[in-house]
Write a protein that binds this ligand. Structure first.
Ligand SMILES: [Ca+2]
Length: 149
């Protein structure tokens, strides 16, 4: 049920973007159907291991229920477990070391992926305990995993 709804929703978004002359964000080749349109956390480096996808289900007039990307102030059982991540969403996300969006943090933009959080660039392996969706595609001043220049 949800998979069909998500596909239809994406088609609608893609059509709207085409009308507006906006090109869709390229989806990484390793993404699978269940990982569309949201932030995907993986237990191991290289996008392996258990998957934790950030979304919530909301009622929809036509499709019944649809999946919508959603922040999480407490990753609970997936806290301190993430070793790689991918942003398949249209908006940027900020990942935090502590719950309730606190402590050290990094921003990941739409279409970006981080294959190994243990890299000396970030030293963020098994740290992420909360994740916040921004209302912009840019990092809006938050420190980013990758420089844009
Ligand atoms: Ca943590």
């Amino acid at each position: 049920m949800s998979r069909i709804s998500v596909r239809l929703g994406l088609a609608t978004v893609a059509s709207a973007m085409a009308v507006l002359g906006v090109s869709a964000v390229a989806t990484p080749a390793h993404a699978v159907d269940d990982e569309w349109e949201t932030l995907v956390l993986r237990e191991h480096a290289g996008y392996e291991g258990r998957v934790h996808v950030l979304y919530t289900m909301v009622p929809h007039d036509i499709y019944g229920w649809v999946r919508v990307p959603a922040s999480d102030p407490d990753l609970s059982t997936f806290s301190d477990k993430t070793s790689s991540l991918t942003n398949n969403d249209r908006m940027a996300w900020v990942v935090y070391d502590d719950k309730q969006y606190r402590d050290r943090h990094y921003c990941i933009r739409p279409g970006e992926t981080v294959p190994n959080l243990s890299s000396s660039r970030w030293k963020f392996n098994d740290k992420i305990s909360s994740v916040k969706r921004l209302d912009t595609a840019s990092c809006a001043g938050y420190p980013a995993f990758y420089s844009t220049s």
